[in-house]
Design a protein around this ligand. Structure first.
Ligand code: UDX
Length: 458
């Protein structure tokens, strides 16, 4: 760490893997610039404090039962967390500020601001009442974060359902580059709770002292940056890709299978398809089988992350799949519960990434120049996938068809045909552009400096 600057920042991540990784990366960045770090976190999905001995971790009670935290309904989970964490958080932050006031000598650090996930909707009024500036952090692509303005409006205008399926592929003028069928899938969520939650996120972000877009950079968000600045009327800092500052140091909540890299070492260059659908998405048994057959029939080696809870219908992981079939799968590929994804994507053996297009996964893939096969499941993933396939043209879209012959065909197109070669060339250019953003004088590098100056000035 640079010499301590006598300032302390309080961080408060949402307890989801896709949010903890970027927040801990931000902690490392700020710490390396001289800030002391305190992370307030819930009991549920607590980050591993022992992996980050230089930070102070404070746990608050989230009051949720095991049944509540094991839901696959993310909106419900976030609603419950927002309801039950407000008082414990207020108490914890108040105590922290009081004890900082009573510190003396070398120990003394001024608490300069709170940085928490935009999905916490009670933190802005609490911070305001305590006279503490608050910055919101978003792990979405900025173009999607702006959807908080657009989606409720589209819903209220009764944009959907589509009158006729021929309109499926038409663009959504108000929300490019989405197609109407994507919008249909995004809006296919419980409406009232979600709309009022999004409205709160919007209001609390507008009232904040700034928005940090940590997993993205200007080069990936050119389409929305100017508009977002107008919409939110607060400074926006695009400082990503966050993982580029401290490569290979993810903050996995799950134990990483470290046999993945030695296995990749034995494979040929650019031959392996890496398959992962992030930390939340689930698939049914039938879909599992189609993907398995597609991979097997493609005749390419594959590394597939199948989380313990990712195959549903009451089954435990792949236990419901006949053992013989799994053995056959292992002849050509490897299945793991959790991989060191950033290291995997960096490996010379990886030729493509079959992904759900969570924003972290998408950016990690771009950063390593790995072309994608897009299989978005929900929410922002639909938009991210369109950027990959239709705007940057660095991947192929499965268009939701989880069928063995489609998967086999798309792998072949990506790895062996001229179409794939053109995609790899475009990906190489995008990788260079994004890589430059975090280097001295790059857009993210400058934005980070601006952020450091800004929070030091509070
Ligand atoms: C969630 C949402 O689902 C996603 O739509 C949103 O963009 C971010 O929050 P998640 O589904 O977990 O995230 O996906 P993603 O954003 O891709 O984040 C997953 C993270 O877990 C990545 O940083 C990835 O490197 C890591 N990971 C995943 C591993 O380290 N190992 C694995 O085996 C799988």
């Amino acid at each position: 760490m640079d010499k301590s600057n006598g300032l302390r920042v309080i961080l408060f991540p949402l307890p989801l893997q896709g949010c903890i990784n970027p927040m801990i990366q931000l902690a490392k960045i700020l710490h390396s610039r001289g800030f002391s770090i305190t992370v307030i976190h819930t009991r549920f999905n607590a980050p591993k404090a022992s992996s980050h001995p230089l930070f102070t971790f404070l746990q608050i009670q989230d009051g949720l039962s095991e049944t509540e935290t094991s839901t696959h309904d993310v909106t419900l989970l976030l609603t419950l967390l927002n309801r039950s964490c407000e008082s414990p958080f207020r108490e914890c932050l108040t105590k922290l500020l009081q004890s900082a006031d009573s510190e003396t000598g070398e120990e003394k650090h001024r608490i300069t601001c709170l940085i928490d996930e935009s999905g916490w909707i009670f933190t802005q009024p609490i911070a305001k009442s305590l006279n503490l500036p608050r910055l919101a952090l978003s792990t979405y692509k900025l173009s999607f974060f702006r959807s908080h303005f657009v989606l409720p409006q589209l819903r209220s205008e009764m944009y959907l359902p589509l009158q006729d399926s021929e309109q499926d592929d038409d663009p959504v003028e108000e929300f490019p580059p989405l197609r109407k069928k994507d919008l249909l899938q995004i809006l296919d969520k419980e409406t009232e709770i979600l709309d009022s939650y999004m409205k709160m996120i919007l209001e609390t972000t507008k009232a904040s002292s700034g928005l940090i877009n940590i997993s993205s950079c200007e080069e990936l968000d050119q389409d929305s940056l100017i508009q977002a600045r107008e919409d939110f009327q607060v400074p926006i800092f695009t400082i990503g890709p966050s993982h580029s500052y401290f490569p290979g140091s993810s903050s996995s909540l799950v134990t990483v299978d470290d046999t993945s890299i030695p296995w990749l070492d034995k494979q040929e260059d650019k031959s392996v398809i890496y398959v992962s659908f992030g930390s939340i998405a689930t698939i049914g048994e039938a879909e599992f089988m189609e993907i398995a057959w597609g991979l097997r029939n493609s005749n390419q080696p594959f590394l597939w992350v199948v989380r313990v809870d990712s195959v549903v219908h009451g089954t435990e992981r792949i236990d419901a799949i006949p053992k013989k079939f799994i053995e056959q799968l292992h002849e050509k590929g490897k299945i793991v519960n959790w991989a060191p994804q950033q290291e995997v994507l960096k490996h010379r053996a990886i030729g493509g990434f079959l992904t759900h297009n969570g924003w972290n996964s998408t950016v990690e893939s771009v950063f390593e120049g790995v072309p994608m096969i897009c299989l978005p499941f929900e929410w922002d993933q639909l938009l991210n996938a369109r950027f990959v396939s239709d705007v940057w043209m660095v991947g192929l879209h499965l268009e939701g068809r989880i069928e063995r012959h489609v998967i086999e065909g798309v792998i072949r197109r990506l790895l062996s045909e001229t179409e794939g070669k053109a995609i790899r060339e475009r990906m190489e250019l995008l990788k260079e552009k994004v890589g430059r953003s975090v280097k001295p004088k790059g857009s993210s590098y400058r934005s980070l400096q601006y952020l450091i100056d800004y929070i030091s000035s509070f």
